[in-house]
Design a protein around this ligand. Structure first.
Ligand code: SF4
Length: 692
């Protein structure tokens, strides 16, 4: 970090990294950003920050940034810099041409969880109103789409139930498939404070994450379940609750439905911890003791991450956790709840803004005529009642030749999506790939038009964090590219013949508020006045809603859902005897496009493969050796790190660097309800390639 001296002005804005959504004072000297100071009145962080938000902002002004639009005929051609007018006209003309030859449904778009609510809203509007179809999906497809599905089925809305502060009243904290210390550091500190004050901790994770044993914290139970057996273990927890009389009868009777059917399924002997011990690998006695602890609370809260969602039964597991919380009455007050820890800064927001192919803003299904009417009248064009294509469907249809053009907003799908070979084949099949991003990323290698995007320092809008908190993102500098991303999208729509114009992002938020009941009370004026609000924010809750489902569930009664355990198809075999699972590291973020262009890269210059000492020894692997990593779909190589944090039989890596490409080996398996990829379970073989 270069200290440029005393700042002359400051702007309060929001971190562009994880779903904690910390507020910062961006301090400037002239036009130069001097430092990012965590903002003491920030609703999510109260003056705290981590190494990403505080120090890793240099990417925003990095020389790698592409500042002018680029166009080329074929992906093998050299890029040609063009004016904004030419780039926008090229996109519009080619999109319309493709539709005239292949049909209205032959094009679509992907929104980004790193962009603002307003930027996401205009992309889904462009797809629905200008493209004339519902082929819009969000990159949340590959992370938290099961959260959206599972919580809507059980509670009635696709969002976490608590504010972060709620953890301060939790007596038992259960962390499932999440590593908050690395992925959500500021919230992790808040959680650790509560644990040091005496809250009990249960961790469900194959790997020994930092939280299991850190200064003055020792988890009561670390259940090292086999990857892919989440649903089996949550059913075993529920079995203990049902069969040992630990149900909160009053809560269930007053607030829930479909309990009896679920309870009789869960009570069956095959769901007992003893029956499932061989499958989960967790001693039954530990499961029983942990389940009793959770049920005893009195306030028990579940916090979870992608270790829950990125499985073939991701949605089932989300519903399983919701069932457990309802059965024990752990919903609707401080200190309890089901809390997804969102990866990217605006995962919640990108989902809220209607970028799923089956849902308009506010999670309302496109088949609902009354909802379609709201948008048809306001936008002056009919909305199709049939859901559009999800991202994996777009890839398959591209290979089949029925899907011909894709607009990709701020997401490097070539690096982040599973089964790289398949993704490359899909992208290569497109007639037109348009990428809007800060950098020429891996996906832009397949693009025909590149539209340079803006960093968070140039954006004007809002992000919504993991606790549904809508934070203002205020511009610190003018767009370095000469145009805001929302302006570019609106101009593409205009050039396609659909009138779309806004004078400001505040106008876009006003339109969101006008059409989305959970955002009805939100405006930039309100946010500037009160700092931030958590949706729902409307006449019933003019200053927002920190805790959801207090008096009753959003859907009326909380609904118990069936959670039959179905083993993943991905099994270890003689050829691929180990299971690979993936995750993140503190200093890096997602595919690394931002953090790799900051000093943070020094802490984690490459992805490595964590392997248990026993698994390393039998393969003749020493710490630091180069090893090959292969699955049935692809292979890569990286350096080994021997670690007893791993259980025998399981290896672990991150996906922050394109060279090592963990997604070269991840497979086509995905969640049955949402197609969220099964990143967390891949059968692999590991072999020594070259000694250190
Ligand atoms: Fe940014 Fe997340 Fe770190 Fe907060 S915890 S500073 S939001 S990366």
């Amino acid at each position: 970090v270069v200290d440029l001296g005393m700042p002359t002005r400051s702007v309060i804005t929001t971190c562009a990294y994880c779903g904690v959504g910390c507020s910062f004072k961006a301090e400037l000297k002239g036009d130069e950003l001097v430092r990012m100071v965590p903002y003491k009145d920030g609703g999510a962080n109260e003056g705290h920050s981590c190494v990403k938000g505080r120090f890793a902002f240099g990417y925003a002004t990095h020389p790698d940034r592409q500042m002018s639009p680029l166009v080329r005929e074929r992906i093998t051609d050299e890029w040609r810099p063009v004016s904004w007018e030419e780039a926008i006209q090229t996109v519009a003309t080619r999109m319309r041409d493709i539709q005239s030859r292949h049909g209205v449904g032959s094009i679509g778009g992907i929104t980004s969880s790193r962009c603002t609510n307003e930027e996401v809203y205009v992309v889904q509007k462009m797809v629905r109103a200008a493209f004339g179809n519902n082929n819009v999906d969000t990159c949340a497809r590959v992370c938290h789409s099961p959260t959206g599905y599972g919580l809507k089925q059980t509670f009635g809305t696709s969002a976490g139930t608590q504010d972060f502060k709620s953890v301060e009243e939790a007596d038992v904290i259960m962390v499932i498939g999440a590593n908050p210390t690395d992925a959500h550091p500021v919230f992790a500190s808040r959680m650790k404070q509560r644990l040091r004050k005496g809250a009990k901790l249960i961790v469900l994770d194959p790997r020994r994450i930092d939280l299991v044993r850190s200064p003055h914290i020792e988890a009561e139970y670390h259940l090292k379940l086999a990857p892919g057996t989440n649903v089996a273990i949550i059913n075993a927890f529920a079995h203990v609750v049902i069969t040992e009389g630990l149900v909160d009868e009053d809560f269930v009777a007053e607030r829930c439905e479909d309990f009896d059917e679920w309870a009789s399924f869960i009570a069956q002997p095959e769901n007992s911890p003893e029956s499932l011990e061989e499958i989960t690998g967790v001693p039954a006695a530990e499961v029983r003791a942990a389940a009793r602890m959770y049920a005893a609370g009195p306030n028990s809260a579940i916090y979870y991450g992608l270790g829950v969602t990125e499985h073939s039964q991701g949605s089932t597991m989300v519903m399983g956790m919701a069932n457990l919380a309802m059965a024990t009455g752990n919903i609707g007050r401080n200190g309890v709840g089901i809390n997804p820890l969102r990866g990217q800064n605006n995962v919640q927001g990108s989902c809220d803004m209607g970028s799923f192919p089956h849902e308009l803003p506010g999670y309302r299904h496109v088949s609902d005529e009354s909802v379609r009417d709201i948008y048809s009248q306001l936008w002056g064009t009919p909305i199709l009642p049939e859901p559009g294509l999800r991202i994996p469907n777009m890839f398959d249809a591209a290979i089949d030749g029925t899907f011909r053009a894709l607009f990709v907003q701020g997401e490097d799908i070539a690096q982040s999506d599973p089964n790289t070979k398949h993704v490359f084949a899909a992208l290569e099949s497109l007639e037109l790939c348009v990428v809007q991003d800060l950098f020429l990323n891996e996906t832009s290698k397949f693009a025909h038009v590149f539209l340079p995007g803006t960093s968070f320092l140039e954006k004007d809008g809002t992000f919504t964090n993991a606790e549904r908190r809508i934070n203002r993102v205020r511009p610190v500098m003018k767009p370095k590219t000469g145009k805001h991303e929302w302006e570019i999208v609106a101009e593409i729509a205009q050039a396609m013949g659909y009138p779309m114009h806004y004078d400001s992002t505040s106008q876009i938020m006003d339109e969101i508020a006008l059409t989305t009941p959970t955002f009805a009370g939100v405006s930039f004026d309100l946010l500037d006045r009160v700092g931030s609000v958590q949706w729902p924010c409307n006449d019933n809750a003019p200053l927002g809603t920190p805790i959801m489902h207090e008096g009753g569930f959003v859907r009326g009664k909380g609904r118990f859902m069936p959670t039959n355990y179905v083993p993943t198809k991905e099994r270890s075999t003689r050829k691929y005897p180990l299971i690979l699972t993936t995750g993140r590291i503190l200093s890096q973020y997602n595919v690394g496009a931002q953090t790799r262009r900051t000093a943070n890269v020094a802490w984690h210059p490459e992805d490595t493969l964590e392997i248990h000492p026993h698994d390393a020894e039998v393969r003749g692997i020493n710490d630091g050796d180069r090893v090959s990593l292969a699955s049935r779909v692809g292979q890569t190589s990286l350096h080994a790190r021997i670690s007893d944090r791993m259980p025998v039989g399981v290896v672990y890596t991150t996906f922050h660097h394109p060279v090592t490409g963990a997604n070269v080996v991840t497979t086509e398996h995905s969640d049955w309800a949402t197609n969220c990829p099964e990143y967390k379970v891949t059968a692999v073989q590991v072999g020594l390639q070259s000694p250190r």
